[in-house]
Design a binder for this molecule. Structure first.
Ligand SMILES: [Zn+2]
Length: 229
């Protein structure tokens, strides 16, 4: 029987960041990592940079301050998530819905139409959206997945949004040709996110490889040009 290797420093700090976000709705600072893990400043900063390279977090540019630990945002965004009696900010519409699989708890999302700023409220329970207001609200991904990581902060902040309706998507500057973008229901986005987010609060979390991601997209019937990665 294989024994699991003890967690690495990077794994322990990754989990510490996510658990801190889950408990406080804000990230830890470098000084907390230095104290908790008995590191000097450059060692702690090096771990953070490795976690960026591994696509677990994003830092404020030019600093060691944690801006994003997907799906958590350290700053206010149009994607407010209420869960377990706490208020969180998500990085984007996709991340807002992902809170449901990550926390395994009922969530309510308070957001806005990216076009007209009308309120959008979505409640997720037991793996599905039980309330969507307005009912025709959609998640819009305005950038192909192959480009997401070229600048993940810009991708999350500018291209993964809610619209109150397909008409408001069409009226928006963000509207892109169909092969360059995806319009999804909250339930579709939930299903997309499960294998990417459900284990984020586990020590052994790992990101899906490219082949696993392709198989996952295909299993959901997402096979058009947009989903070719
Ligand atoms: Zn609108």
């Amino acid at each position: 029987m294989a024994t699991e290797a003890p967690p690495t420093l990077d794994q322990r700090i990754r989990l510490f960041i996510f658990e801190h976000f889950a408990e406080h709705a804000s990230p830890p600072v470098v000084e907390q990592l230095m104290t908790w893990f008995d590191l000097d400043r450059s060692e702690a900063s090096d771990v953070l940079r490795r976690l960026v390279d591994a696509r677990h977090i994003a830092l404020v540019k030019g600093t060691s301050r944690i801006l994003m630990a997907f799906p958590f945002s350290a700053i206010a965004t149009p994607f407010r998530v209420l869960a377990n009696g706490r208020t969180y900010f998500a990085n984007c519409a996709w991340d807002a819905i992902a809170f449901h699989s990550m926390l395994g708890a009922e969530i309510a999302i308070d957001s806005f139409c990216h076009h007209c700023a009308a309120p959008i409220r979505i409640e997720m329970r037991e793996g599905r959206a039980v309330s969507v207001e307005p009912p025709e609200a959609i998640v819009y991904l305005a950038l192909r997945p192959t480009h997401w990581w070229e600048d993940i902060i810009a991708t999350c902040s500018n291209t993964m949004v809610f619209f109150a309706s397909p008409e408001h998507r069409e009226a928006s500057d963000l509207s892109a040709p169909p092969e360059e973008a995806a319009s999804l229901t909250p339930d579709q986005v939930y299903a997309l996110g499960v294998p990417l987010y459900a284990d984020k609060l586990s020590m052994n979390y790992r990101r899906l490889g490219i082949d696993e991601l392709r198989a996952h997209f295909a299993s959901l019937g997402l096979t058009g040009p947009y989903w070719q990665i």
